[in-house]
Design a binder for this molecule. Structure first.
Ligand SMILES: Cc1cc2nc3c(=O)[nH]c(=O)nc-3n(C[C@H](O)[C@H](O)[C@H](O)COP(=O)(O)O)c2cc1C
Length: 319
Protein backbone atom coordinates (compact mmCIF):
# COMPACT_ATOMS: atom_id res chain seq x y z
CA UNK A 1 0.00 0.00 0.00
CA UNK A 2 1.50 3.35 -0.96
CA UNK A 3 1.17 6.76 0.67
CA UNK A 4 -1.39 7.97 -1.90
CA UNK A 5 -3.98 5.30 -1.09
CA UNK A 6 -3.36 5.82 2.64
CA UNK A 7 -3.94 9.57 2.42
CA UNK A 8 -7.08 9.14 0.31
CA UNK A 9 -8.29 6.05 2.22
CA UNK A 10 -8.97 4.16 -1.03
CA UNK A 11 -8.18 0.60 -2.16
CA UNK A 12 -6.90 1.22 -5.69
CA UNK A 13 -4.75 4.15 -6.84
CA UNK A 14 -7.20 5.06 -9.60
CA UNK A 15 -8.69 8.57 -9.52
CA UNK A 16 -11.52 9.79 -11.69
CA UNK A 17 -10.64 13.15 -13.22
CA UNK A 18 -13.09 15.96 -12.67
CA UNK A 19 -14.98 16.31 -15.93
CA UNK A 20 -17.31 19.24 -16.47
CA UNK A 21 -20.76 18.08 -17.68
CA UNK A 22 -19.62 14.43 -17.42
CA UNK A 23 -18.50 13.73 -13.83
CA UNK A 24 -22.02 13.33 -12.47
CA UNK A 25 -22.68 11.51 -9.20
CA UNK A 26 -23.49 8.20 -10.97
CA UNK A 27 -20.00 7.77 -12.42
CA UNK A 28 -18.34 9.02 -9.23
CA UNK A 29 -20.30 6.48 -7.16
CA UNK A 30 -19.28 3.65 -9.54
CA UNK A 31 -15.59 4.63 -9.30
CA UNK A 32 -15.62 4.91 -5.50
CA UNK A 33 -17.56 1.66 -5.12
CA UNK A 34 -15.01 -0.07 -7.39
CA UNK A 35 -12.24 0.98 -4.98
CA UNK A 36 -10.94 4.12 -6.69
CA UNK A 37 -11.67 7.77 -5.96
CA UNK A 38 -14.85 9.00 -7.67
CA UNK A 39 -15.00 12.70 -8.49
CA UNK A 40 -17.85 15.11 -8.97
CA UNK A 41 -16.91 17.76 -11.51
CA UNK A 42 -18.06 21.16 -10.26
CA UNK A 43 -17.22 22.66 -13.66
CA UNK A 44 -19.46 25.70 -14.12
CA UNK A 45 -22.34 24.21 -12.10
CA UNK A 46 -24.32 26.35 -9.62
CA UNK A 47 -23.83 25.51 -5.90
CA UNK A 48 -27.37 24.10 -5.66
CA UNK A 49 -26.64 21.36 -8.22
CA UNK A 50 -23.27 20.56 -6.63
CA UNK A 51 -25.05 20.23 -3.26
CA UNK A 52 -27.54 17.76 -4.79
CA UNK A 53 -24.71 15.70 -6.27
CA UNK A 54 -22.89 15.59 -2.92
CA UNK A 55 -26.12 14.49 -1.23
CA UNK A 56 -26.57 11.71 -3.83
CA UNK A 57 -23.04 10.40 -3.48
CA UNK A 58 -23.27 10.48 0.35
CA UNK A 59 -26.55 8.56 0.19
CA UNK A 60 -25.27 5.87 -2.18
CA UNK A 61 -21.75 5.10 -0.99
CA UNK A 62 -19.79 5.21 2.24
CA UNK A 63 -16.53 5.33 0.31
CA UNK A 64 -14.44 8.50 -0.04
CA UNK A 65 -15.06 10.77 -3.02
CA UNK A 66 -13.72 14.04 -4.39
CA UNK A 67 -15.07 17.25 -5.87
CA UNK A 68 -13.04 18.96 -8.59
CA UNK A 69 -13.15 22.74 -8.85
CA UNK A 70 -11.64 24.32 -11.98
CA UNK A 71 -10.85 27.63 -10.29
CA UNK A 72 -10.79 30.03 -13.24
CA UNK A 73 -13.88 28.45 -14.79
CA UNK A 74 -16.28 28.07 -11.84
CA UNK A 75 -18.43 31.25 -11.77
CA UNK A 76 -19.53 30.89 -8.10
CA UNK A 77 -16.08 30.09 -6.72
CA UNK A 78 -16.30 31.49 -3.16
CA UNK A 79 -19.73 29.96 -2.63
CA UNK A 80 -18.63 26.57 -3.94
CA UNK A 81 -15.53 26.49 -1.72
CA UNK A 82 -17.71 27.42 1.30
CA UNK A 83 -20.08 24.59 0.38
CA UNK A 84 -17.23 22.05 0.25
CA UNK A 85 -16.01 23.28 3.64
CA UNK A 86 -19.52 23.05 5.11
CA UNK A 87 -19.96 19.47 3.82
CA UNK A 88 -16.41 18.46 4.80
CA UNK A 89 -15.93 16.83 1.42
CA UNK A 90 -13.25 14.11 1.91
CA UNK A 91 -11.09 15.18 -1.05
CA UNK A 92 -11.03 18.35 -3.15
CA UNK A 93 -9.10 18.66 -6.38
CA UNK A 94 -8.25 22.17 -7.55
CA UNK A 95 -7.33 22.89 -11.15
CA UNK A 96 -7.12 25.64 -13.76
CA UNK A 97 -5.98 28.46 -11.50
CA UNK A 98 -3.97 29.42 -8.40
CA UNK A 99 -4.98 26.98 -5.62
CA UNK A 100 -2.95 28.66 -2.83
CA UNK A 101 -5.72 30.77 -1.19
CA UNK A 102 -8.05 27.77 -0.89
CA UNK A 103 -5.77 25.01 0.38
CA UNK A 104 -5.55 25.89 4.09
CA UNK A 105 -9.30 26.64 4.58
CA UNK A 106 -10.13 23.28 2.97
CA UNK A 107 -7.56 21.45 5.08
CA UNK A 108 -8.95 23.04 8.24
CA UNK A 109 -12.26 21.41 7.29
CA UNK A 110 -10.35 18.07 7.17
CA UNK A 111 -10.44 17.76 3.38
CA UNK A 112 -7.43 16.33 1.58
CA UNK A 113 -6.38 18.69 -1.20
CA UNK A 114 -5.05 17.61 -4.60
CA UNK A 115 -3.73 20.20 -7.07
CA UNK A 116 -3.65 19.61 -10.81
CA UNK A 117 -0.45 20.99 -12.36
CA UNK A 118 1.18 21.11 -15.78
CA UNK A 119 4.79 21.92 -14.82
CA UNK A 120 7.23 21.58 -11.92
CA UNK A 121 6.98 25.24 -10.83
CA UNK A 122 3.24 24.90 -10.26
CA UNK A 123 3.90 21.65 -8.36
CA UNK A 124 6.42 23.31 -6.04
CA UNK A 125 4.04 26.22 -5.36
CA UNK A 126 1.16 23.86 -4.57
CA UNK A 127 3.34 21.82 -2.22
CA UNK A 128 4.54 24.99 -0.46
CA UNK A 129 0.91 26.10 -0.02
CA UNK A 130 0.10 22.81 1.74
CA UNK A 131 -1.30 20.51 -0.98
CA UNK A 132 -1.48 16.85 0.05
CA UNK A 133 -1.18 15.43 -3.46
CA UNK A 134 -0.06 16.64 -6.89
CA UNK A 135 -1.83 15.53 -10.05
CA UNK A 136 0.50 16.11 -12.98
CA UNK A 137 -1.29 16.21 -16.30
CA UNK A 138 0.43 15.83 -19.66
CA UNK A 139 -1.09 17.26 -22.81
CA UNK A 140 -2.10 13.82 -24.11
CA UNK A 141 -5.11 14.51 -21.90
CA UNK A 142 -8.63 15.38 -22.97
CA UNK A 143 -10.05 18.85 -22.58
CA UNK A 144 -8.30 22.04 -21.56
CA UNK A 145 -4.52 21.68 -21.27
CA UNK A 146 -1.62 23.93 -20.43
CA UNK A 147 -0.05 26.03 -23.17
CA UNK A 148 3.26 24.34 -22.35
CA UNK A 149 2.04 21.10 -23.94
CA UNK A 150 4.40 18.82 -21.95
CA UNK A 151 3.98 15.07 -22.25
CA UNK A 152 3.10 12.86 -19.29
CA UNK A 153 6.21 10.76 -19.96
CA UNK A 154 8.54 13.70 -19.28
CA UNK A 155 6.40 15.57 -16.75
CA UNK A 156 6.05 12.83 -14.12
CA UNK A 157 9.77 12.09 -13.52
CA UNK A 158 10.49 15.82 -13.40
CA UNK A 159 7.79 16.54 -10.86
CA UNK A 160 8.48 13.50 -8.69
CA UNK A 161 12.10 14.62 -8.52
CA UNK A 162 11.21 18.03 -7.04
CA UNK A 163 8.29 17.44 -4.64
CA UNK A 164 8.03 15.32 -1.50
CA UNK A 165 4.30 14.60 -1.66
CA UNK A 166 2.64 11.84 -3.72
CA UNK A 167 2.23 12.50 -7.43
CA UNK A 168 -0.59 11.14 -9.59
CA UNK A 169 -0.08 10.85 -13.36
CA UNK A 170 -2.82 12.08 -15.70
CA UNK A 171 -3.04 12.24 -19.46
CA UNK A 172 -2.88 9.29 -21.84
CA UNK A 173 -3.58 6.54 -19.30
CA UNK A 174 -6.39 4.03 -19.70
CA UNK A 175 -5.04 0.50 -19.28
CA UNK A 176 -2.76 -1.63 -17.10
CA UNK A 177 0.35 -0.90 -19.15
CA UNK A 178 -0.14 2.84 -18.80
CA UNK A 179 -0.71 2.44 -15.07
CA UNK A 180 2.49 0.40 -14.70
CA UNK A 181 4.46 2.92 -16.76
CA UNK A 182 3.18 5.75 -14.54
CA UNK A 183 4.40 3.86 -11.45
CA UNK A 184 7.79 3.32 -13.13
CA UNK A 185 8.02 7.08 -13.78
CA UNK A 186 7.55 7.75 -10.07
CA UNK A 187 3.81 8.35 -9.76
CA UNK A 188 1.88 6.60 -6.99
CA UNK A 189 -1.38 6.44 -8.93
CA UNK A 190 -3.20 7.52 -12.06
CA UNK A 191 -6.05 9.87 -12.90
CA UNK A 192 -8.33 8.76 -15.74
CA UNK A 193 -10.59 10.95 -17.84
CA UNK A 194 -11.26 9.73 -21.38
CA UNK A 195 -11.19 6.00 -20.49
CA UNK A 196 -13.90 6.45 -17.87
CA UNK A 197 -16.23 8.10 -20.38
CA UNK A 198 -16.32 4.82 -22.33
CA UNK A 199 -17.80 2.91 -19.39
CA UNK A 200 -21.33 1.75 -18.79
CA UNK A 201 -21.86 4.07 -15.84
CA UNK A 202 -20.84 7.28 -17.65
CA UNK A 203 -23.86 9.45 -18.21
CA UNK A 204 -22.96 10.77 -21.69
CA UNK A 205 -24.60 10.24 -25.09
CA UNK A 206 -24.02 6.83 -26.72
CA UNK A 207 -22.57 8.64 -29.77
CA UNK A 208 -19.73 9.93 -27.55
CA UNK A 209 -18.89 6.43 -26.28
CA UNK A 210 -19.14 4.94 -29.80
CA UNK A 211 -16.89 7.67 -31.23
CA UNK A 212 -14.24 6.88 -28.58
CA UNK A 213 -14.40 3.16 -29.46
CA UNK A 214 -14.09 3.94 -33.19
CA UNK A 215 -11.24 6.43 -32.79
CA UNK A 216 -8.06 5.47 -34.55
CA UNK A 217 -4.49 6.65 -34.04
CA UNK A 218 -4.17 10.44 -34.23
CA UNK A 219 -7.92 10.98 -34.16
CA UNK A 220 -7.73 13.74 -31.55
CA UNK A 221 -6.85 17.31 -32.36
CA UNK A 222 -5.86 20.47 -30.48
CA UNK A 223 -8.03 23.51 -31.01
CA UNK A 224 -7.45 26.98 -29.61
CA UNK A 225 -3.67 27.33 -30.06
CA UNK A 226 -3.96 30.79 -31.70
CA UNK A 227 -5.77 32.01 -28.54
CA UNK A 228 -3.55 30.20 -25.96
CA UNK A 229 -6.57 28.03 -25.09
CA UNK A 230 -5.27 24.53 -25.69
CA UNK A 231 -8.10 22.00 -25.82
CA UNK A 232 -7.84 18.38 -26.98
CA UNK A 233 -10.99 17.10 -28.63
CA UNK A 234 -12.00 14.23 -30.88
CA UNK A 235 -11.87 14.78 -34.65
CA UNK A 236 -15.56 15.09 -35.43
CA UNK A 237 -17.50 17.11 -38.02
CA UNK A 238 -17.72 19.91 -35.41
CA UNK A 239 -13.95 19.77 -34.75
CA UNK A 240 -13.38 20.12 -38.51
CA UNK A 241 -15.56 23.25 -38.48
CA UNK A 242 -13.55 24.72 -35.58
CA UNK A 243 -10.26 24.06 -37.36
CA UNK A 244 -11.55 25.58 -40.56
CA UNK A 245 -12.66 28.71 -38.66
CA UNK A 246 -9.21 28.94 -37.02
CA UNK A 247 -7.64 28.90 -40.50
CA UNK A 248 -9.98 31.75 -41.41
CA UNK A 249 -8.61 33.62 -38.35
CA UNK A 250 -11.76 33.55 -36.24
CA UNK A 251 -11.23 35.89 -33.26
CA UNK A 252 -10.78 34.74 -29.65
CA UNK A 253 -14.28 35.74 -28.53
CA UNK A 254 -15.84 33.66 -31.30
CA UNK A 255 -13.58 30.71 -30.46
CA UNK A 256 -14.60 30.90 -26.78
CA UNK A 257 -18.26 31.07 -27.76
CA UNK A 258 -17.95 28.07 -30.08
CA UNK A 259 -16.21 25.96 -27.42
CA UNK A 260 -18.41 27.02 -24.50
CA UNK A 261 -20.51 24.81 -22.22
CA UNK A 262 -23.50 24.92 -24.56
CA UNK A 263 -21.44 23.42 -27.38
CA UNK A 264 -19.89 20.84 -25.05
CA UNK A 265 -23.35 19.74 -23.90
CA UNK A 266 -24.55 19.55 -27.52
CA UNK A 267 -21.68 17.18 -28.33
CA UNK A 268 -21.19 15.18 -25.13
CA UNK A 269 -24.72 14.91 -23.73
CA UNK A 270 -26.94 15.33 -26.79
CA UNK A 271 -24.60 13.41 -29.11
CA UNK A 272 -24.79 16.00 -31.90
CA UNK A 273 -21.25 15.59 -33.15
CA UNK A 274 -21.73 18.16 -35.92
CA UNK A 275 -22.99 20.84 -33.52
CA UNK A 276 -20.78 20.53 -30.45
CA UNK A 277 -17.30 19.30 -29.46
CA UNK A 278 -16.38 16.25 -27.38
CA UNK A 279 -13.26 16.29 -25.22
CA UNK A 280 -11.06 13.26 -25.82
CA UNK A 281 -7.46 12.35 -25.04
CA UNK A 282 -4.90 10.46 -27.12
CA UNK A 283 -5.80 7.26 -25.23
CA UNK A 284 -8.99 7.21 -27.36
CA UNK A 285 -7.17 5.20 -30.03
CA UNK A 286 -6.67 2.36 -27.52
CA UNK A 287 -10.31 2.24 -26.38
CA UNK A 288 -12.30 -0.57 -27.95
CA UNK A 289 -15.15 -1.39 -25.61
CA UNK A 290 -17.48 -0.11 -22.92
CA UNK A 291 -16.92 -2.13 -19.73
CA UNK A 292 -18.28 -1.35 -16.29
CA UNK A 293 -15.90 0.69 -14.12
CA UNK A 294 -15.28 -2.35 -11.95
CA UNK A 295 -14.40 -4.52 -14.99
CA UNK A 296 -12.05 -1.81 -16.23
CA UNK A 297 -10.22 -1.57 -12.90
CA UNK A 298 -9.90 -5.37 -12.59
CA UNK A 299 -8.48 -5.49 -16.09
CA UNK A 300 -5.99 -2.74 -15.30
CA UNK A 301 -4.76 -4.58 -12.21
CA UNK A 302 -4.41 -7.87 -14.11
CA UNK A 303 -2.67 -6.30 -17.09
CA UNK A 304 -0.23 -4.28 -14.98
CA UNK A 305 0.67 -7.35 -12.92
CA UNK A 306 1.24 -9.63 -15.92
CA UNK A 307 3.15 -6.91 -17.80
CA UNK A 308 5.38 -6.33 -14.79
CA UNK A 309 6.22 -10.04 -14.61
CA UNK A 310 6.85 -10.14 -18.37
CA UNK A 311 9.25 -7.20 -18.51
CA UNK A 312 11.25 -7.92 -15.34
CA UNK A 313 13.34 -10.44 -17.31
CA UNK A 314 14.38 -7.64 -19.72
CA UNK A 315 16.41 -5.86 -17.06
CA UNK A 316 20.15 -6.34 -17.65
CA UNK A 317 20.79 -7.38 -14.02
CA UNK A 318 18.69 -10.50 -14.61
CA UNK A 319 20.86 -11.68 -17.52
C1 LIG B 1 -15.22 15.76 -20.80
C2 LIG B 1 -14.05 16.18 -19.98
C3 LIG B 1 -14.16 17.28 -19.15
C4 LIG B 1 -13.09 17.66 -18.34
N1 LIG B 1 -13.26 18.68 -17.45
C5 LIG B 1 -12.30 18.94 -16.53
C6 LIG B 1 -12.55 19.84 -15.45
O1 LIG B 1 -13.65 20.41 -15.32
N2 LIG B 1 -11.56 20.03 -14.54
C7 LIG B 1 -10.33 19.40 -14.64
O2 LIG B 1 -9.46 19.60 -13.80
N3 LIG B 1 -10.07 18.54 -15.65
C8 LIG B 1 -11.04 18.26 -16.57
N4 LIG B 1 -10.81 17.31 -17.53
C9 LIG B 1 -9.54 16.55 -17.51
C10 LIG B 1 -9.68 15.27 -16.66
O3 LIG B 1 -9.96 15.55 -15.32
C11 LIG B 1 -8.42 14.39 -16.68
O4 LIG B 1 -7.35 14.98 -15.97
C12 LIG B 1 -7.95 14.07 -18.08
O5 LIG B 1 -9.02 13.69 -18.90
C13 LIG B 1 -6.92 12.94 -18.01
O6 LIG B 1 -6.43 12.61 -19.27
P1 LIG B 1 -7.06 11.44 -20.19
O7 LIG B 1 -8.26 12.03 -20.81
O8 LIG B 1 -5.97 11.15 -21.15
O9 LIG B 1 -7.36 10.30 -19.27
C14 LIG B 1 -11.86 16.94 -18.38
C15 LIG B 1 -11.74 15.84 -19.25
C16 LIG B 1 -12.83 15.45 -20.03
C17 LIG B 1 -12.69 14.23 -20.89
Amino acid sequence: MNELVKILNIELPFIQGGMGNVSHASLAIAVSEAGGLGTIGAGTLPPKVIKEMIAEIRAKTNKPYAVNVPLSVQPHLEEVISLLIEYQVPVVSLSAGNPAPFIQPLKEAKSKVMCVVANHKQALKAEAAGADIIIAEGYEAAGINSTEELTTFTLIPKITSVVNIPVVAAGGIGNGKGFLAALALGAQGVQLGTRLIATQEANVHENYKAALCDAEFNDTVIVGRPYQKIRRILKTPYADKLIELEKQEMNKATHLKKTDETHHILGAIEGKLDQGHINAGQISSLIEDIPTVSELFNRMIQESTSTFKGISSFLPMNK
